[in-house]
Design a protein around this ligand. Sequence first.
Ligand SMILES: NC(=O)c1ccc[n+]([C@@H]2O[C@H](COP(=O)([O-])OP(=O)(O)OC[C@H]3O[C@@H](n4cnc5c(N)ncnc54)[C@H](OP(=O)(O)O)[C@@H]3O)[C@@H](O)[C@H]2O)c1
Length: 269
Amino acid sequence: MRRRGTAPAEGLTVVTGASGGIGAALVDSLARPGARLVITARRADALDRVAEQARARGAQVSVRVCDLRDEDAVARLAALILEHDGVPDTVICCAGRSLHRPLARSFARPDDLGRLSAVNLVGTAGLILALLEPMCAAGRGTVVAVTSAAARIPAPGWAAYTASKAGLDSWLRSIRPDAARCGVRIAIAEVPLVATTMSSPLYGAAPRGALSPQQGSAFVLRALRPHRTLVSPLWARIAAPIAQAAPAAGARAAGRIGRLAVRFARRDR
Ligand SMILES: NC(=O)c1ccc[n+]([C@@H]2O[C@H](COP(=O)([O-])OP(=O)(O)OC[C@H]3O[C@@H](n4cnc5c(N)ncnc54)[C@H](OP(=O)(O)O)[C@@H]3O)[C@@H](O)[C@H]2O)c1
């Protein structure tokens, strides 16, 4: 029999990138009595603050520090989760890093692609793989990966970022049928502009038209609704096939629209 005042234990949810921005807002939204959360990122102090707030709302929270660029650390993280927290029902991969660098300033920076892919693609996919095996064995679960509304719309200046996000998008779409056969749903959240520390260097601290982290979190959580496989803004769902059908003109147009969007968001005249 349940004790008075306690909710039934829920399935385990893992949130990466939980130390700030959209990830921290996700933890805040998910925190309620009975919720069981594993939150991870590199900064232990920031994770502790997020965990404290979630516990104050009645959630049970494990803090697991991990640098997704470190393959061994990712394997250790998955092992720790499985041993101490259990098999996740939901994995929300929100960790990521971004970069805007035009080609003219990229010639001497071949490392950009590796640095961004290490987090956005390889580290994220590595963690998903390690958790997917027991989830498949359990025959249930949902993986939500946060990519970007720009992931399928290549634009000048965003080469390394969109390549890493498009790589994750393509990898997830490729494993989705096999995962579905063993009962695990894979959903992709193509997030639009959100006012966080990630967007501030280019768009400013309070970009016009951007979602707040809480709105960004609500956007991502739509991917948890039954049968959802993609959550994406309408403009991105229209622009993505156009960019595929007319790659050269599409990238030029995306670059022009992107520059206008930056000026609009920064409130430049
Ligand atoms: N903000 C936007 O406009 C926007 C638009 C489209 C998509 N997105 C996507 O949304 C997600 C969240 O972004 P955000 O805006 O919330 O950015 P943010 O505030 O910079 O948060 C990024 C999160 O990722 C974690 N992270 C970064 N590098 C990591 C690493 N090597 N290992 C483990 N964790 C790492 C950070 O934690 P630590 O620093 O503690 O490690 C932090 O918790 C990202 O995947 C991003 O690409 C954002």
